[in-house]
Design a protein around this ligand. Structure first.
Ligand code: SF4
Length: 527
């Protein structure tokens, strides 16, 4: 910003006017672009762009993103940065003008985790040089992941996770896994028991900044219909707040997390889940600090190893793996549809209820109020239904991306398209996660309040999951007949009489849920 002085001096290199643009999911002071510039040495931009409305995001998601960004701008300002938070219809209408106003030679950004964000930035007509700095919000860099993936025939999370444990020295004793095993998953699959009483999850009251954002979102939602409710809003919107649920999880919830991580209980949406993913994915918490705090807790008190390992697996394993795969597979992954699933999404996904299935309506009802479900609700209730009913994977992935407060493109491509829907033909998951009503009955309390019977695949009380599960096997029997982890299920199908199989086909065909009230649905992600 002292260009003229520098240019007039023959002995000094010309001083370059540099600005930093912090993207909405990069809200940590140590992010690479911010860290490259001393506070006050250049202007810092944060953008509240209404272009994100094209995705039709859940209101809680929009409030969380925008409120966290406004709070972060205020914190940067206190730390001495020259910050501007601009509210604008789109980046194109704000950023080039901001660059010109500051007469910048160089605009620095940290590499976004989502491809679409980088594409959108590069499409801007910027009157300065654009400099990308490597994303430092993941433990594995993209190059390190690519090196690990090399030309392995199969990329499996379990082997990646073990390598991560060694590489970052997590839960090791003399180089060996603590407790003698890498994986305690088998101890973490208990079905619901009577009288489960999880400690209540920490929620926050909306302050003046959040209240103003809620009012803005409600104003926008009156013109562009947005799903879900914006009130009550209880998510943390600052790093200081996000540390509280982390502390609470380590003190009160970690021990119960392992055994009860797969259960689903009516009226208990949180159970022992940490609910830290929205904060990790926005940058309010860092994955390395959460891992160290977990290990530290185990040195301070007795923590069940299965719970500790199960939680570390989510962060050091799944989170890093899905991010690494997203970039390793590249844009070609997005359009995959190995099972040729073409069914449109049903209307109840847009109204967030009204399916008539107790499990689905419970999960969607909780989603409507919070923008959140825990991982088994997402995988085994919603993704499972999408898989066995044959909903189009791209439309399903876009729906998930729009509706969850922790959803970003890098999270949802691999989790929904790959793990949930097997649209990548098994590049990520070793088998499709297809299950009948029997699984939901075993792992939840939902079926007790349902008009359907999970045991029945045909007839007036047939559970849609059970009909569709057998219908899924029937449709794809040829594909899975020799599959190592699916062949047994195909053999079970082939034991059914022809009359039974055609009864299943009829039951599946009779399921009519109605189309989305607004056929447009969410659009592609934008910056
Ligand atoms: Fe869901 Fe079927 Fe159980 Fe009803 S009976 S709650 S539809 S799994």
């Amino acid at each position: 910003l002292f260009r003229s002085e520098a240019e007039s001096s023959p002995c000094c290199p010309p001083v370059v006017a540099i600005g930093v643009w912090v993207l909405p999911d990069q809200l940590h002071a140590g992010q690479a672009a911010l860290a490259s510039l001393a506070a006050g040495d250049g202007p810092v931009l944060l953008l509240e762009s209404e272009a994100s409305l094209r995705e039709r995001p859940h209101r809680q998601k929009l409030v969380l993103f925008w409120s966290a960004q406004r709070h972060f701008a205020a914190e940067l300002s206190l730390a001495g940065h020259r910050v501007e938070l601009i509210e604008a219809p789109s980046a194109a209408e704000a950023v080039p003008a901001w660059v010109r106003r500051h007469n910048l030679d160089e605009l620095r950004l940290m590499e976004p985790a989502d491809r679409s964000a980088r594409r959108a930035v590069e499409a801007l007509d910027l009157p300065c040089r654009l400099v990308w700095l490597a994303d430092n919000h993941f433990l594995w860099s993209r190059d390190d992941f690519a090196q690990w993936a090399g030309d392995r025939r199969q990329l499996r999370m379990e082997f990646f996770y073990r390598e991560g444990r060694r590489r970052f020295e997590v839960l090791l004793h003399d180089g060996e896994p603590l407790g003698g095993r890498w994986n305690f998953d088998s101890e973490n699959r208990r079905p619901p028991a009577k009288g489960l009483q999880p400690p209540p999850a920490r929620r926050f009251s909306a302050d003046a900044i959040t209240t103003a954002v809620i009012e803005k979102v409600e104003r926008l939602a009156s013109a562009t219909p947005l799903p879900g409710l914006s009130r009550p809003f209880g998510w943390a919107v600052t790093r200081a707040q996000a540390l509280e649920p982390l502390d609470q999880f380590l003190d009160d919830r970690l021990d119960g997390f392992g055994p009860w991580q797969d259960v689903m209980v009516t009226g208990q949406p949180d159970l022992w889940h940490a609910r830290l993913s929205p904060y990790l994915n926005l940058g309010l918490l860092r994955p390395d600090e959460v891992l160290r705090r977990l290990e530290q807790t185990a040195t301070q008190r007795q923590v069940p190893l299965a719970s500790l390992e199960g939680c570390i697996r989510q962060i050091l394993g799944w989170r890093e793996f899905t991010h690494g795969l997203y970039h390793h597979f590249g844009p070609g992954y997005t359009g995959l549809n190995a099972l040729e699933a073409q069914q449109p999404l049903p209307g109840f996904l847009w109204t967030l209820g009204g399916s008539g299935m107790a499990c689905v309506d419970t999960v969607l009802g909780e989603l409507a109020g919070s923008g959140y479900n825990h991982h088994i609700q997402r995988l085994m209730v919603l993704s499972n239904l999408a898989l066995i009913a044959g909903w189009n994977p791209q439309a399903t992935t876009a729906w998930f991306r729009a509706h969850y407060v922790d959803a970003h493109d890098w999270v949802m491509q691999t989790n929904v398209l790959g793990m949930g829907l097997w649209a990548d033909g098994g590049r990520l998951a070793s088998k499709p996660y297809a299950a009948s009503g029997a699984y939901i009955k075993k792992m939840s309390t939902y079926c007790a309040g349902c008009r359907y019977d999970p045991k029945q695949r045909t007839g007036p009380r047939a559970c849609p999951y059970t009909s569709l599960y057998w219908g899924f096997l029937d449709r794809h029997a040829e594909l899975f007949r020799n599959h190592p982890r699916m062949a047994l299920m195909v053999r079970q199908l082939e034991r059914l009489s022809e009359a039974d199989r055609s009864g299943v086909r009829e039951a599946c065909a009779a399921l009519e849920w109605g189309p989305a009230p607004d056929a447009r649905g969410p659009a592609e992600p934008s910056a």
